[in-house]
Design a protein. Structure first.
Ligand SMILES: *[C@@H]1O[C@H](CO)[C@@H](O)[C@H](O)[C@H]1NC(C)=O
Ligand SMILES: *[C@@H]1O[C@H](CO)[C@@H](O)[C@H](O)[C@H]1NC(C)=O
Length: 416
């Protein structure tokens, strides 16, 4: 028995194909989209069409927690479409975003697990938008984290998708949230205004999750950083490409702090990658960053910064804790062809007469200055937060309450 698509309704078609034990043929793939909802598992396995999954979010102050969610979402399908909430929708629902839409687009598109982005997604999935996702974007499943997403009217934002049997859930990434990161920045700014007085631990507690931080600071010189992140070797492996350069590859090296990974970082990595076949990214240690930029930096610890870089599609490999000075030995060890540096950076050390960290590549004639495509630095991001200080503090105080509750109530979390 064959699959005669003309004479059968989609559900009969599947039934008869299954009974006949015949795999669905190429001519039937298009029809699969129109199949009514039902027990999907069995049918999916027989279908060769890639499974398309959808995830949405604001992706404001994007961090490796977002990247990890995208990684998990992508693993539930073959093609990941990401909806990015518009600036207006964020303003209406949570207050002003730190990162405007065009920068959030750059950030999300650069994550190596993302296949497609939709700008201006609604804050909550409406029936209309869901229909559009299913009919126009051919989405099979809508993915969301396991934190409940309750709309102002008390309903579950993903109820419609759940009812349709088209919803899948992933685990929240432990140890980081935008609220926490904004807290670290506000703290750093407030502390500085205290002008050298001892750090205010009540403030610190307010923005951390009620943990007593003491001086556990991951070995950096900074006593202000509040990080709950416990870097595991498995997480690093999940984010790595796990591939070295191919034979004869032209290897490009770029180094820096990559603190609060932003669109400016993405763009300079993209440019650097275009100069060769393999981009090696040197990520400075917390100590190096503190020495160069003051004891309040970095905001994100070495391992947090490394995950953000590794999630970026333009980075092929990272040196987790790169030396501040590019040595001849490093150039030989990694067969580096060219060392690059962006024009927009917080340090312009490449111009230094003395102790220039790029002295060796410069003397070898393999140093290249790249015109940074975007005029954004980590300080830009911090300034944006500070200039909106009051709004963020209010928004943050509210959110950190609910996060504190989450941490108080949380139990063992399994999975990825
Ligand atoms: C720390 O901050 C709290 C809240 O802003 C304030 O009441 C307290 O006086 C501060 N302590 C010091 C030592 O500055
Ligand atoms: C080192 O890099 C150059 C390209 O810059 C390449 O031609 C050469 O094959 C590489 N050497 C090794 C051992 O891979």
């Amino acid at each position: 028995m064959g699959c005669d698509a003309e004479n059968l309704t989609p559900s009969k078609l599947v039934a008869s194909c299954l009974i006949g034990g015949v795999l669905l043929g190429a001519s039937v793939y298009g029809l699969a989209l129109a199949l009514p909802d039902g027990p999907l598992g069995f049918r999916r396995r027989r279908k060769k069409r890639p499974v398309r999954v959808y995830m949405d979010g604001c992706f404001d102050m994007m961090h490796y927690g977002h990247c990890n969610a995208l990684r998990q979402a992508r693993a539930l399908g073959d093609h990941l479409v990401v909806g990015i909430v518009s600036d207006d929708e964020i303003i209406a629902n949570k207050g002003p975003p730190v990162t405007p839409l065009h920068e959030r687009m750059i950030m999300v598109s650069a994550v190596k697990w993302v296949d497609e982005v939709i700008p201006d997604a609604p804050y909550a999935i409406t029936a209309d938008f869901m229909k559009k996702l299913f009919d126009e974007y051919n989405i099979d499943y809508i993915i969301h984290g396991d934190d409940p997403c309750i709309l102002p009217d008390g309903t579950d934002a993903y109820e419609l998708a759940k009812k349709a049997g088209r919803y899948k859930q992933i685990k929240r990434t432990e140890g980081v949230s935008s609220t926490d990161i904004v807290g670290r920045m506000l703290l750093c700014v407030r502390e500085r205004s205290l002008c050298g007085s001892p750090r205010n631990s009540s403030l610190q507690r307010q923005f951390s999750h009620g943990h007593s931080q003491k001086d556990e600071d991951g070995g950096s010189g900074s006593a202000t950083r509040v990080s709950q992140f416990l870097p595991t070797s498995r997480r690093i492996v999940q984010f790595s490409n796990g591939k070295g350069p191919g034979p004869d590859a032209r290897i490009v090296y770029i180094d820096g702090a990559f603190d609060l990974f932003h669109a400016g970082h993405v763009e300079i990595l993209r440019l650097a990658r275009s100069l060769g076949d393999f981009l090696l990214v040197g990520i400075h240690t917390d100590q190096t960053v503190s020495e160069q930029r003051g004891k309040h930096r970095p905001i994100m610890s070495l391992h947090e910064r490394s995950l953000s870089v590794l999630a970026c599609r333009y980075a092929d490999e990272a040196i987790i804790g790169a030396p501040a000075v590019v040595s001849r030995d490093m150039i030989t060890t990694f067969n580096i062809s060219i060392v690059v540096h962006g024009t927009v950076a917080e340090n312009n050390d490449y111009q230094k007469e003395k102790d220039n960290p790029y002295a060796i590549p410069i003397s070898m004639g393999i140093f290249k200055l790249l015109e940074s495509p975007l005029d954004i630095t980590t300080s830009t991001i911090i300034r944006r937060i500070v200039s909106n200080h009051d709004a963020f503090e209010k928004r943050n105080a509210k959110k950190s309450e609910s996060e504190k509750r989450y941490y108080e109530e949380k139990s063992f979390v399994s999975g990825d």
